[in-house]
Design a protein around this ligand. Structure first.
Ligand SMILES: Cc1cc2nc3c(=O)[nH]c(=O)nc-3n(C[C@H](O)[C@H](O)[C@H](O)COP(=O)(O)OP(=O)(O)OC[C@H]3O[C@@H](n4cnc5c(N)ncnc54)[C@H](O)[C@@H]3O)c2cc1C
Length: 442
């Protein structure tokens, strides 16, 4: 009889891993500390909660997250299948009602006859011979982080990350904003707040001068570049927001006489359209400062905040030292790491690593050798890159086309536009993945 697999953490990676294993006939003991022990960021008691943005990224395969999702669909991702009915309008982005989706993931796990829930915080790793997938995420509990520190001989790390505010729709003055999607892609799904040059400059000054939540001196400056707080971006130069999350390209303000100088976008956060999230506005400003400054924006004079942006620690292992390209611990063959803790960054990347850890675990349990994915596929390139990165300044990694093996740019692909090349690379990746799936089934 095959042994039970311990999956620690029922987040995006752990939920996907548990469902994959269970549907392959493998018994799972799923350890999740919430709701008894919460984290600074999760808002619901449910598994698989998307903690910040409600977007799983673009659906276009020439975009990085579009290709990753297309591969995950081929691999039969349960998370994406369960998410499909909860999509909310957001142009070409796969955005969902986060709360309804988390409740549905929880049901799928609770209802599964091969999944046994253990609702308590894990403080120690299971014994060496117990097959285990660790997916406790960036908010791994402090006690378990200490245990991982012991296992990895202190080669685990952290940086600081922040979330964006969410605003109640009924508190927005819709006569002062406009609905549109950049370049009219899809329906007019976003709410846009246009600023002229003077308003933009005043807003940037207010952000730069506002009070932020303190972090200890010895940890100062440990931010993740891909998710910088909005006030940190503002500090890098007066135009950095206008070229970043507030870029006005592809948008025309129907109320304005000239093109907007900068734009803040709000994206629907729930199916009932009662909540909107400020896109790219992760912040560590004090809550009173967020209220004061964001209420100066047109249409947000009476804004009510469902959730303020906040900062938190983000824990991860030094992947190149600890795991191989299948997510398996180099020092213990029965142990896999998945999700953000394993060194990938992002929702879709976390689902991907959970799915692949489960498939590799299934091979391990049947005595088959590890079968890494080809590096011409997005999933394979992602896991290969974290296992083989330079360990010194290792930071969690998102998938990008630059990670794909370069030979993927064939002669046919060389004389075409960048956009067409990505399209061709994506198609090639999907074909290669299909062959890998066929090979893996033997
Ligand atoms: C604040 C924040 C905002 C983010 N925003 C985005 C975003 O907008 N877009 C994006 O693509 N990515 C974002 N990320 C990055 C990442 O995609 C998410 O953190 C994602 O949820 C990671 O999935 P995971 O499965 O690794 O971890 P999680 O989804 O966090 O799941 C880990 C689970 O393990 C549980 N757990 C922790 N310790 C223990 C323990 N000792 N015992 C038992 N259970 C435990 C937790 O309760 C949790 O349920 C964000 C991360 C953070 C922290």
């Amino acid at each position: 009889m095959r042994p039970t697999v311990h999956v620690i953490g029922a987040g995006l990676a752990g939920s996907e891993a548990a469902l994959q294993l269970a549907e392959r006939g493998i018994s799972v003991r799923l350890h999740e500390m919430r709701p008894q022990t919460g984290t600074d960021v999760h808002q619901t008691p449910f598994a698989g909660e998307m903690v910040c943005s409600n977007s799983l990224g673009s659906t276009e395969i020439r975009s990085a997250s579009g290709l990753l999702k297309a591969e995950l669909e081929l691999l039969g991702s349960r998370y994406l299948q369960i998410a499909a009915p909860f999509r909310v309008p957001a142009g070409s982005s796969f955005s969902v009602d986060r709360h309804l989706l988390a409740a549905a993931i929880e049901h799928a796990l609770v209802d599964h006859p091969r999944i046994e829930w253990v609702r308590e915080e894990m403080r120690l790793l299971p014994p060496d011979d117990a097959p285990t997938i660790v997916a406790t995420g960036p908010l791994t509990s402090p006690a378990f982080a200490r245990e991982l520190s012991r296992f990895t001989q202190r080669r685990h790390l952290f940086f600081y990350d922040a979330t964006s505010p969410i605003i109640r729709a009924d508190s927005i003055d819709f006569s002062r904003v406009f609905r549109a999607t950049r370049y009219d892609k899809g329906e007019a799904d976003f709410i846009n707040i246009a600023l002229d040059k003077d308003a933009y400059n005043a807003f940037v000054t207010a952000l730069v001068e506002a009070d932020t939540v303190d972090i200890p001196d010895f940890e100062k400056g440990v931010f993740f570049e891909a998710c910088l707080p909005v006030e940190e971006i503002a500090r890098r130069g007066p135009m950095s927001l206008a070229f970043g999350p507030m870029k006005p390209v592809g948008l025309t303000d129907p109320h304005g006489s000239s093109a907007p100088f900068a734009v803040i976008q709000l994206r629907q956060d729930d199916l009932h359209e009662s909540l909107y999230q400020m896109v790219g506005f992760q912040t560590r400003l004090k809550w009173g400062e967020q209220k004061r400054i964001f209420r100066t924006l047109p249409g947000l004079g009476n804004a009510e905040f469902e959730r303020f942006g906040r900062m938190h620690r983000n824990t991860y292992i030094n992947a190149p030292l600890i795991i191989d390209a299948t997510g398996r611990a180099r020092a213990r063959s029965s142990l896999f790491f998945a999700g953000q803790l394993s060194g990938v960054e992002g929702y879709v990347e976390s689902i991907c690593s959970g799915l692949l850890a489960a498939r590799q675990m299934a091979r391990y349990l049947t005595g088959k050798p590890p079968l890494p994915l080809p590096t011409k596929t997005a999933c394979g390139a992602l896991l290969h890159s974290i296992a083989n990165a330079a360990w010194k300044n290792f930071r969690p990694t998102k998938f990008s086309f630059g990670l794909l093996e370069t030979e993927a740019v064939s002669a046919k692909q060389r004389n075409v536009s960048k956009r067409e090349r990505k399209e061709l690379q994506a198609q090639e990746a999907l074909e290669i993945l299909q062959k890998w799936i066929h090979r893996e089934s033997f």
